[in-house]
Design a protein around this ligand. Structure first.
Ligand code: ZN
Length: 469
């Protein structure tokens, strides 16, 4: 994620809503040993988000969107494994009316509780059992103004829609366990009026038309955090090709020039991904791409998996912006393939993505990473922590710039060989999973043979300027 403007707004609305949810989420044991799954996954940065008691393996989504009426109807088949004996469980779903729920093909009782869909199957689900929930739903999807970055969620645009947002957005268009600690694979079918494009994550599948409507198919077969899912519908010029044996799909709004800064920046996607692969290890996904959008509410770029979405603010100068492309592509390793387990560790995403911008700048003949480090070090407010920055500073400069300073401090301390071995080992060992700051410290110590806890403490949470390594 990179913001173009707009200060971070504290998510007061979320905190209030969450307090209501939390009051009802303590599991109480039923007589038969089954109990309700928690309505909240327990991450204090996103109260109410995610759920307890199960782990999703796959989402199979079929959504139909009608832009003139701003109406979405969908069917979601969620395959999950119970991690506790469950009498009922929750999915996150914002707005939208649910008309039917089945669990393993049997009708299940369901009701809504705020942004929760509460499902009670006919019989309890044993710990370890794999089950399939099918939810049929429809309605006018909504934005999530509480997403901390201005508008996230499902945005109805002039020509279609854009769904994206961090730290959450998915629940505005499908029922989901909406927290990055529960990654899953996705199959996504999107049906829109003929003539519109419908883009999403992963590998493109076959496209079919019937009755004036076209169904676009996408598959993300590498585990994905829900906030990295996206849906972009509208008049787009789609460019499809192959890079390193994998599909590459980029899209730019038709109304923008084919030679404009958006198109020329996205055209560098494969080259920049290859540059990063040379530093970070093999590209972790089965497809490449990027989508430029013009809606001014998207005041940021987001690293939606395998196909980042770039807001209009990055291209206002009329020049290509390779920094933002580098940042979002770096997230494919740092943030997407290796995802946070809790949002307090978001610097693991943003510190490395910011550092990747420094690496690209040096490679591109600009400032060296060392020079960027020196300049930013001099400007840093050390009173703000990088690790566990607080909800209101999830996208603050301590996470981004101070995070990148910590990365370079590690490099200076262990040397280039050990540093790049640490990065490549991290992306290999943690590929497709989740990780914490402690995991990174342990790995860096293992590779370098040095006691690095004091270094990380000083650069991530120390209240005064650390000694330069
Ligand atoms: Zn970012």
């Amino acid at each position: 994620m990179r913001r173009t403007s707009a200060p971070v707004r504290p998510g007061l609305a979320v905190a209030v809503a969450a307090a209501v949810v939390l009051a009802g989420c303590l599991p109480s044991r039923d007589d038969d040993g089954f109990h309700p799954g928690a309505a909240d996954i327990g991450d204090p940065y996103v109260p109410g988000a995610g759920n307890g008691g199960y782990d999703v393996d796959n989402y199979r989504l079929a959504v139909d969107y009608d832009p003139p009426g701003d109406r979405l109807s969908g069917r979601a088949v969620v395959t999950a494994t119970a991690t506790e004996p469950l009498s009922r469980f929750n999915l996150d779903l914002v707005g939208l009316d649910v008309t039917a729920v089945t669990v393993d093909d049997a009708r299940a009782e369901h009701h809504r509780d705020g942004d929760e869909l509460v499902v009670t199957p006919e019989r309890g689900l044993a710990r370890g059992s794999r089950f399939t929930v099918e939810v049929t739903y429809a309605g006018v999807p909504t934005a999530r103004p509480d997403g901390q970055l201005g508008s996230g969620g499902f945005l109805h645009t002039e020509d279609g829609a854009i769904a994206l947002g961090q730290p959450y957005s998915a629940a505005t268009w499908f029922p989901v366990n909406d927290h990055p600690s529960d990654k899953a694979t996705y199959e996504i079918e999107v049906t829109v009026p003929d003539g519109l494009e419908a883009l999403s994550n992963g590998v493109p599948g076959g496209r079919t038309s019937a009755g004036g409507r076209t169904t676009w198919r996408w598959a993300e077969r590498t585990p994905m955090a829900s906030y990295l899912s996206t849906l972009v519908i509208g008049d787009y010029r789609v460019t499809t090709g192959t890079h390193a044996g994998k599909p590459i799909v980029t899209a730019v709004p038709e109304r923008l020039a084919a030679t404009g800064p958006e198109a020329s920046s996205l055209a560098r996607t494969a080259e920049i991904a290859d540059f990063l692969a040379g530093r970070f290890g093999p590209y972790p996904f089965e497809s490449y791409g990027g989508i430029a959008v013009t809606d001014p509410r998207v005041g940021y770029a987001l690293e939606t998996q395998s196909r980042p979405v770039y807001g209009p603010g990055f291209f206002r100068s009329g020049q290509p912006n390779l920094g933002v492309v580098t940042h979002e592509l770096a997230h494919q390793w740092f943030g997407n393939s290796v995802a946070v387990a809790r949002w307090r560790d978001i610097w693991l995403n943003e510190g490395f993505a910011t550092y990747a911008e420094w690496l690209w700048e040096e490679h591109d003949g600009g400032r060296t990473a060392q020079r960027n480090f020196e300049l930013r070090y001099a400007m840093t407010d050390w009173s703000r922590p990088t690790l566990d920055p607080g909800r209101g500073q999830l996208f603050g400069s301590a996470v981004y710039t101070r995070g990148a300073l910590a990365v370079h401090a590690l490099r200076r301390t262990v040397g280039d060989d050990a540093f790049f071995t640490i990065l490549r080992t991290w992306t290999a060992e943690r590929r497709g999973g989740n990780a914490t700051t402690d995991d990174l410290v342990a790995l860096a110590e293992r590779v370098s043979g040095k006691d690095l806890r004091p270094l990380f403490d000083a650069w991530l949470t120390g209240r005064t300027a650390p000694t330069l390594p």
